[in-house]
Design a binder for this molecule. Structure first.
Ligand code: ZN
Length: 169
């Protein structure tokens, strides 16, 4: 989680989230199955890489809190292309940690009937808990939509980049 206050600040940093209230600082997350999330305030933005480990660690809530600390609570969140529950088998003991954090609705089933994890539902639950009520989610599943790269389904080495920045006023 980094707070960017000048162009080039934390350039290339390995972090699960970045926020800024400074114009001209593009923030990027690279994903191929994990949900990319963009947080939009009035004069601030944030980007989050919201895989299950990050969700378990509270990365979405932390990014929202960082924007609140900048004086601008995010009002809208956008979820980008990510693996959806029908394609995301998830059988580890962490299932129950995720359910304890975000509700049993995150424990779905895959299309073949095996235990799945609904990352999107977990992201939305985290956003709602953090006070972001409006969530836009329209871009589908990385594993079964050929427009997107999927690390899990295809072993793709490529990643999608999700970018957000503030224009100069
Ligand atoms: Zn799918």
């Amino acid at each position: 989680m980094v707070v960017v206050t000048a162009p080039g600040d934390h350039a290339g940093a390995a972090a699960d989230a970045a926020v800024t209230a400074t114009a001209g600082c593009p923030l990027v997350v690279r994903t191929a199955d994990c949900p990319p999330v963009v947080l939009l305030g009035e004069r601030s933005v944030g980007v989050v890489h919201a895989g299950w480990r990050g969700l378990r660690g509270g990365v979405v809530e932390q990014a929202v809190a960082a924007l609140v600390d900048l004086g601008d609570p995010p009002r809208v969140a956008h979820i980008g292309p990510c693996i959806r529950v029908e394609c995301y088998e998830f059988v580890g003991p962490e299932r129950h940690e995720m359910a304890a954090l975000y509700g049993s609705a995150v424990l779905g089933s895959t299309a073949t009937g095996t235990p799945g994890l609904d990352l999107t539902a977990a992201v939305i639950a985290a956003l709602h808990t953090a006070g972001v009520a409006q969530v836009e989610d329209t871009s589908g599943c990385t594993a079964c939509d050929p427009r997107w790269y999927s690390h899990r389904k295809n072993g793709d080495a490529e990643r999608m980049a999700t970018m957000a920045w503030l224009e100069e006023a």
